[in-house]
Design a binder for this molecule. Structure first.
Ligand SMILES: [Mg+2]
Length: 286
């Protein structure tokens, strides 16, 4: 074991509880030995980036960026899978040559080109109009209306009475949901309207993983929309098409189902960083 390995062990074992670290090490041994046949997919906010008071304030730290850069050099494909616009995800991560999947799978950036699920085009104007309308309604302190290409999200993290805020947002969104082909999604102190299309994070990860011809796919996420990706990977595994591992980043804000649906749980964004750093380090026998 080299000094680097020892140092990584220390970080990782501190970040993840001992039992889990051992099980994870074992599960990921093949990945480290064959990164050219493995893909790593990860949610952004709450997984690679700590939750900030508003989405605009969230950042990817230089340390995390370096880790992502290192895994991208070794692994066949690295995909960032976000509810944000893919262009926003790329701005935050600020690395070329990753695949950026945005709007929960409805569009993605790859090799400098942006691709959309065809039906998504119908929602361009609508999302903008609804964002303007919602910005006028939720202009009080504490609310934050996130304007996206294919949807709109109302964040209420900074509102004091969160239960009341949530009820109020749902009340306002109700007629919009009745009027337009949209569906509602909830996350950590955010409620979102998005196109009612049968495409989610799991579908996007499945398509990109299978197309890349990899043998293993990993997914990390912290919130309800990541469950789709956890389930998609499980299905690929059950069908014998890929070896997969899904990892939830624990948070007392997240629905318990997020933790239940993942294969493993790590305790924080720091732990996710430690895990990815270990995955980018030199293969070795533990
Ligand atoms: Mg998240």
């Amino acid at each position: 074991m080299t000094d680097i390995d020892k140092a990584l062990d220390k970080v990782l074992d501190k970040a993840i509880d001992d039992v889990l670290a051992d099980v994870l090490y074992e599960a990921l041994t093949n990945w480290k030995e064959h990164p050219e046949k493995s893909g790593i997919f990860s949610d952004l906010d709450g997984t690679l980036s700590k939750i900030a008071p508003t989405p605009a304030e969230a950042i990817v730290t230089p340390e995390m960026r370096k880790v992502l850069q290192d895994i991208n050099k070794k692994y066949a494909v690295v995909g960032i899978v976000s509810g944000r616009d893919s262009t926003e995800a790329r701005r935050m991560v600020a690395l070329e040559n990753l695949v950026y999947i945005g709007n929960h799978g409805l569009e993605w950036l790859e090799d400098g080109k942006q691709f959309y699920v065809p039906e998504a085009f119908n929602f361009f104007g609508l999302a903008g109009n609804l964002a303007s309308e919602l910005s006028d309604i939720f202009n009080a302190t504490g609310y934050f209306v996130e304007r996206k290409k294919l949807g709109v999200a109302v964040h209420y993290r900074q509102v004091e009475d969160k239960e009341q805020a949530k009820a109020r947002i749902e009340e306002v969104l109700k007629p919009m949901l009745a009027k337009y082909p949209l569906k509602q999604a909830e996350g950590r102190y955010v409620i979102e309207l998005k196109p009612d299309l049968p495409v989610n994070k799991g579908d996007a990860v499945t398509v990109i993983a299978l197309r890349a011809g990899i043998e293993r796919a990993m997914y990390l996420g912290d919130d309800v929309t990541d469950i789709d990706a956890f389930q998609a990977l499980r299905q690929l595994r059950d069908e014998g098409r890929l070896q997969t591992v899904s990892i939830a980043i624990a948070s007392d804000e997240s629905a318990p189902a997020v933790m239940q649906e993942a294969d493993y749980v790590v305790q924080s964004v720091d732990a996710a960083e430690a895990l990815l750093r270990w995955m980018s380090s030199i293969p070795r026998v533990r």
